[in-house]
Design a binder for this molecule. Sequence first.
Ligand code: 13P
Length: 236
Amino acid sequence: MIIAANLKTNLTRVQTTKYVQSIEKFLDSENISQEVLVFPATSSLNLHDGKVIIGAQNAYPAKNGAFTGEIGVDHLDEFSIKTILIGHSERRHILGESQKDIVNKYNFYKALGFKIVYCIGEPLKIREAGEDELLRYLDAQYEGIDLDYENLVVAYEPVWAIGTGLTPTLEDIESLHLKLKEKCKAPLLYGGSVKVTNAKDVLALDGVDGVLVGSAALYAEHFCTMISYAQELESK
Ligand code: 13P
């Protein structure tokens, strides 16, 4: 399974280094064989040698250049980063990234062979409009995206479940994941208010290949507990 932590705009470089070290220690001591990804804030990226895969939350689709406030491939290369999160709802809705921007970014990082964790998810209004509307909305977020890319991981994160403590029911997560899997065979993570108390149930669902965790992952101990749930489920 894939257990991923999106640290968003949290944890300084010093805090992130400590955080990643404590996760490495846990992976070693518990003999964890799951894939663990951590996406630190941009200024907390650093060289890392270990099992945890460090990814970027964002980067501009350029090697370098005049893109104020952004980083490019040169900056990722400095830390040997080959994994990137693309299409997160906070970038779509707060930072105003359009599907066109996202497709550009996707194609650029795909051409470089990056592992891409590609996020999709609907706002509450769409969820309330019924399943047809929901599937149409998610389909539009696949527009222009090569779903056969071998280094693709998809994360389904309903916008209304992010940071709210709300989640779809387990039945809803499972049935939607199974539908999404028909469209795209890539590993499919669930994200949105995953925490220690619900991670085991979510990870046990059909069609769920892992989780992408925000706030609850800020506590290394909680994140490690979720990793151990995945390990337990896989060794059954
Ligand atoms: P929360 O786990 O805080 O709901 O955030 C989920 C998320 O956005 C992960 O990318």
